[in-house]
Every structure is written in structure tokens, then in C-alpha cells.
Write a protein that binds this ligand. Structure first.
Ligand code: 9MJ
Length: 668
């Protein structure tokens, strides 16, 4: 503490400073100081408050989790009702909405705000003299529940507004939600503790917000974004919705970084298309976009019908969840022998396609969700991931719904199925005896990111294995035109194309080849690490587990998988045959001292060659840091397709921007 300030002054100064840095971090997405320094400020404040408890104030950033668990939530009556939004599911409905407004306003093209429709829970926050005094749920729109002590735990909600010109009483409205990452982490913890899994981030957020003990809410990593205001006193509202939101932002209220002002129907539909393209790449789930007439005067003229404003519209994406009946459960055998229970479903249209199968992951998940054959289940298809059974509608369980038990023998080869103590996954012990495992291994070998054999798909692999033309991957390179042309649904031309594809695959890279071998626990990143560390195949084949652990990020388990793979005479023989068939790769360049070690990267937008997570891992393997937000300390921003506001931020700050090609070059 400085010699000249009293503990009281210093505490007040620290609170202001921390409040300001929260604002930089959560609202502006532009932190000014490193986390370590922020932590030091927090610690100093905590120490002062510990020594002088009379100095603790309700808006102190140390006081987010306070108070004892409640018995129940008190009721809160909303001064201005919290309305719902009318929904549109088609362009025609958007056309109706826009046309009706423009006719009434006598305008060719009205302005609308457009923002993502967050899939969370609506919440009302009341600030009095800048201090957060109440948080409540929407409830039925008229009366909600007082969840003040829970919303206080949400770091992106300001406990005190900043600046000084805020109105004496301000009600902020917005959405509380959980990011995909927080949701995944929560379900992982739930599974570890044998507790119930949440079906989706929205349910998880609702559960977290309705905890009577705020300490639990605090652990759930909720977030908040505002989309408007409710009751206000002592403030002349700006002329538009967008200016209102911008003003909230200046006061320290987080608003959507995707907020835009668009014109007319075309502007709305363009925004919808852009958000839909980016939907799966966003860190949170959205179920559509929301348009609001921008001019408040025009909003007033349009007024309300029943429970929704005529000046706003939720334009929904196709649902990612539907319910349907579970007809049966089969098991599928993967290339590693992993047995996956698969739900056979009454066909259901979800996420834009008809789904008849969905994964049930493993026996533990089935038990935790208590899924039984005959149940009505919730099927979820988010983005490109495999559809899954997310939960059961228990109230619709028919009598005699049957529990699932893992078979004891592989349905394909009849070998024993075993599940190791402490493992979630059961495996077929058949190894290469099992046709399903062989087929899976061949499909993996031929896949795009491995040997990339064009024209060698699942149906063809089934035939090649079933007719015993191919036993293992090395047999692919002995296939003749004649053998291929004799197969079902295979003409001269496709046979020739496949022969060409097989020939072309011979020129590869060592990391691709290693990945293609399908060694358990060796993904692309590990394959790359192995290639760079050993430089060539020979030294790798002869490396023992200890030598393998010298490779960055390879621990004892992975080292053991690799060593056992290469110690099998059978595997070495296949590799020999592949190499004699002509598979070759250029010399592996070992990164001398990685040029990007120690540099900080931010990745935004959709990449072609890999997901953002994969890119992150690859950068980290080269000693780089990957951060979630752009600041002056960022060295490079990688910009993929449809980048978010981070690209703009980078330009603003003069941070170097790289496209995907430049990233790949850095990684090569
Ligand atoms: C969501 N869920 O993102 C509204 N919302 O406005 C947005 N919800 C809303 N606006 C008035 N962006 C009532 C609800």
C-alpha cells in the first residue's frame, strides 16, 4: 500500500480500478493488463478487506459470492412486463413482418437492429444510482423470481456501472447463457461425479441460475449479454435502439459484439444468412437472430399485440433438437474395436436433415440419461457433429420400456467384448480378426486427412473386405484394374479413377502416414510431433516407451500405445509392404527454434483445413500462446471465413492479420 493513502482510500481506488478492468475485459473485449496483474489487484483488495471488514462494500468485486443459501426465491413484479418475441421460421414470415412495418411507416426501407438470438434465459437487472440492486428471472413476464445473489456471481455482469451520467434507476434486460465450452466442462464434471448430465447449454444455464446456493451458481461460469432496457427513471432515451445499446455499453453493460444496424428486408435476410453460416463456429449457442425496428418513435407507433411487440421478430434457425421414439439400440464396432451403442429412431427432421440414427456414446451415458427402448427421446444435431440422444422425456415412458445391456460378444466377429476397470468404453477383442475393425482401419487409412485416397469410400471398402481382396491396408496397393472392374457398381472408368487415386496417394508426408496407421491415441498433432522429433520412420519404429516420452506432449499412456504398435511383427510387416509399394515422403523439416514460440495469437472465423481448436493445439505445440481476445499484446490475429469483431479490433489496434494460408505456412 502506498504510504500516503489510508486503507479506505486505497480500497476505493482498487475497486474502481478492478471495475474498470472488468469493463475492458468483458464489455470491450479488450483487456489492458495481464491476468496476473488483475489477480494482484484483487488480492490486495482482499487483504485490505480482511484486515478492515468495515471497508467491505456491496459492490466490491470481492463480494460476488456472498450470503447464505436461500430457502426459496422471493417473487419480483416487473414494473414493465417482460414480453416475448414473435417467431418467424421462413423468409415469407420475415417479409410479412417487414412489409407491414414499412407500409405503416410509409417508408421504402426501415432500419432494424439485428443481433443473434441467444439461447439462454431472459433476465432483468436493476441498477440504482449505478449499483446493481436486483436481478430477476422473466417468470411469466409479469412476475419473476429474485435471483440477485446468483446474478451477482456472473463476472460479465457489472456490480456497479461506470462513468457518472447514468440514470438514477435503470433496468437492463438481457440473456444469461452458458458457452459451449462451459457446458462441456460442466457435463464432464457431472459425469466424473456420477451426477445427472444436462441436455443442452440452455438447460444447464437455467439450472445454474435457479440454485438456492450462489456458490454453486458461481462455479457454473454463466455469462450475460444485454439486448435492451426495461423501466428507466430520469433518462431521456436516445432516438434509436442501437444508440440505446451503445449507451449501455458505455456504462459498462455488455452488449452483443455481433450487433448491426441493417436496412429493409434484404438487410435482415442477409444478416440471417451470415449468422447461420457462422452458427457452429460461435462460442455459444444461438437459435436464430432478432430484428428490432431501430427508431424508438416508430416502435411506439407500431405498438404491441397480445404479449409481443409488433416491432420485433425472432427469426429462428431450424431446430437442433426434436423428440422422437427410440425403436431399438444396436452396437457399432469402430476401427479401434470401440463399441458404440447407436439409437435406431423413428425418422425425425432435426437441424435441417432427417435423422434415423444417433449415438448413445457408451453404457455409462445410457445409464446416466436412463434411456430405454420405447422411450420418447430428445435428439440433438448441432452443426456437423454426429446426432446424439441428449435425454429422455420421462413423462412419456411407455410401460415395458426396456433397459439396454452391452452384448458380451462382438456382433461382427463374435469375439469377447471387454470393458476395463475405470474405462467408459467397451472394446471388441477381435483385433484384425474382426471385419468391422479391419474396415474401420482401412477407411481411416484412406480418409482425407490421412492418405487421402480419392474414390475409396465405405461401400467399396465393405466389398473389398467381404470379397477378401483386401485384408489389410497394404493390400490396397496390390489391387489391379481387372479386380476392381469386376466389383459391383464399378465400371471401367471408376476403376481407373480409383487406381489413379491409389497411385497418387503414394506421395505423402510422414505425419500423414503415421496418422493413417491408426495407432491408438495417435491423432494428427501427435503424428506431427513424432515425425518432427524422430525425423524419419526407422528411428521411430525402434524407439522404446522412454524415448517416445521425450516427444513434447507424449505421456506414458500414448508412448505405450505407440511402442506396442511397432513391436507387433504383423504391423511392421504391413509397414514394410506399404513402403515397398512405393509410399514415400519428403524429408521432415525439424523446426529449429520455432519462430512463433512465445508469440500470442488470436483465431477468429472459420478455418478450412482445421477447426479453431486444432489450430490452437498446433500453435501451442510450437510454443505459441493462443488467447481469446485481441489486445495490444496480441502478435497475430488469424482470420478465417466470416470473422467476428476480433478482426476489426485487430485492424483498429494495428495487430498483424494473417489468413489461413499464412497460418498453414507458419505451421508447416
Ligand atoms: C435474445 N434472446 O437474444 C430479445 N433476445 O427482446 C434478443 N431476446 C428480446 N432480444 C425483447 N436479442 C424481448 C426479448
Amino acid at each position: 500500500m502506498s504510504k500516503h493513502s489510508t486503507p479506505k482510500d486505497r480500497a476505493a481506488k482498487l475497486r474502481d480500478e478492478i471495475n474498470y478492468h472488468n469493463y475492458r475485459y468483458y464489455v470491450l473485449d479488450d483487456p489492458e493488463i495481464p491476468d496476473a496483474e488483475y489477480d494482484r489487484l484483487m488480492r490486495e483488495l482482499q487483504e485490505i478487506e480482511q484486515a478492515h471488514s468495515e471497508l467491505i462494500t456491496p459492490d466490491s468485486p470481492t463480494q460476488r459470492v456472498g450470503g447464505a443459501p436461500l430457502e426459496e426465491f422471493a417473487k419480483v413484479r416487473h414494473r414493465v412486463p417482460m414480453l416475448s418475441l414473435n417467431n418467424a421460421f421462413s423468409d415469407e414470415e420475415v417479409d410479412d413482418f417487414v412489409r407491414r412495418i414499412q407500409e405503416r411507416m410509409n417508408s421504402e426501407e426501415c432500419e432494424f437492429t439485428a443481433e443473434p438470438k441467444m439461447d439462454g434465459l431472459a433476465i432483468s437487472l436493476v441498477y440504482e444510482k449505478g449499483l446493481l440492486v436486483q436481478g430477476s428471472t422473466r417468470g411469466d413476464g409479469t412476475t419473476g423470481e429474485d435471483v440477485t445473489q446468483n446474478v451477482r456471481t456472473i463476472p460479465s455482469i457489472a456490480l456497479r456501472l461506470i462513468d457518472q451520467d447514468y440514470p438514477p434507476r435503470l433496468e437492463v434486460r438481457g440473456e444469461v447463457y452458458m458457452t459451449r465450452a462451459a457446458f462441456a466442462a460442466l457435463n464432464r464434471r457431472q459425469a466424473e461425479n456420477d451426477e445427472k448430465l444436462f441436455a443442452n447449454p440452455r438447460n444447464a444455464a437455467a439450472g445454474a441460475l435457479r440454485q438456492l446456493d450462489p456458490r454453486i451458481t458461481a462455479q457454473r461460469n454463466l455469462e450475460f449479454v444485454s439486448y435492451g432496457i426495461g423501466h428507466v427513471e430520469g433518462w431521456d432515451l436516445p432516438a434509436t435502439q442501437s444508440a440505446t445499446l451503445e449507451q449501455l455499453k458505455k456504462w459498462g453493460v455488455r452488449i452483443s459484439s455481433e450487433l448491426e444496424v441493417v436496412r429493409g428486408e434484404k438487410g435482415c435476410l442477409d444478416y440471417y444468412a451470415r449468422m447461420q453460416a457462422r452458427r457452429d463456429g460461435l462460442p455459444f449457442e444461438i437459435d436464430g437472430v432478432v430484428y428490432k425496428l431501430n427508431a424508438l418513435e416508430q416502435q411506439q407507433a407500431m405498438g404491441f399485440v397480445a404479449k409481443a411487440p409488433r416491432w420485433a421478430l425472432a427469426h429462428k434457425f431450424p431446430a437442433q433438437e426434436e423428440s422422437t421414439r427410440l425403436l431399438g439400440i444396436d452396437v457399432q464396432v469402430g476401427r479401434t474395436g470401440a463399441i458404440t451403442p447407436v439409437a435406431r429412431l423413428e425418422p425425425v427432421f432435426v437441424g435441417g436433415v432427417t435423422v434415423t440414427n444417433a449415438t448413445l456414446h457408451n453404457q455409462d451415458e445410457i445409464d446416466r440419461k436412463d434411456v430405454r427402448v420405447g422411450d420418447t427421446v430428445i435428439v440433438r444435431r448441432a452443426g456437423d457433429v454426429i446426432p446424439e440422444v441428449a435425454g429422455v422425456v420421462l413423462s412419456r415412458r411407455p410401460q415395458g420400456a426396456k433397459k439396454f445391456h452391452m452384448p458380451t460378444h462382438c456382433p461382427v466377429c463374435g469375439s469377447n467384448i471387454v470393458r476395463e476397470e475405470g474405462e467408459a468404453i467397451a472394446y471388441c477383442t477381435g483385433g484384425l480378426v474382426c471385419a468391422a475393425q479391419r474396415k474401420g482401419a482401412i477407411a481411416h487409412f484412406a480418409s482425407r486427412r490421412a492418405m487421402d485416397i480419392e474414390g475409396l469410400g465405405h461401400k467399396l471398402i465393405d466389398q473389398l473386405v467381404d470379397t477378401e481382396l483386401v485384408h489389410n491396408v497394404s493390400d490396397i496397393y496390390a489391387l489391379t484394374m481387372k479386380q476392381l472392374a469386376d466389383l459391383e457398381r464399378m465400371g471401367e472408368k471408376s476403376a481407373q479413377n480409383l487406381v489413379d487415386g491409389i497411385e497418387a496417394s503414394k506421395a505423402t508426408t510422414l505425419p500423414r502416414f503415421l496418422y493413417a496407421l491408426g495407432i491408438r491415441n495417435v491423432g494428427e498433432a501427435t503424428a506431427l510431433g513424432l515425425a518432427q522429433h524422430f525425423g524419419d520412420l526407422k528411428p521411430l519404429i525402434h524407439a522404446d516407451a522412454e524415448a517416445l516420452q521425450q516427444v513434447p506432449d507424449i505421456g506414458p499412456v500414448v508412448a505405450q500405445s505407440i511402442a506396442s504398435f511397432f513391436s507387433e511383427a504383423h504391423n511392421r510387416k504391413v509397414i514394410e509392404k506399404l513402403v515397398s509399394a512405393g509410399i514415400h515422403w519428403p524429408e521432415v523439416e525439424r523446426p529449429a527454434e520455432s519462430a512463433i514460440a512465445g508469440k500470442t495469437f488470436v483465431i477468429t472465423g472459420t478455418l478450412d483445413a482445421m477447426s479453431r481448436d486444432e489450430a490452437k493445439v498446433k500453435l501451442q505445440q510450437r510454443g505459441a500462446k493462443v488467447s481469446g481476445s485481441v489486445s495490444k499484446k496480441t502478435d497475430y490475429v488469424i482470420v478465417g471465413a466470416d470473422p467476428g469483431s476480433k478482426a476489426d479490433k485487430a485492424r483498429e489496434l494495428g495487430v498483424e492479420i494473417l489468413d489461413e494460408a499464412a497460418l498453414l505456412k507458419l505451421l508447416a
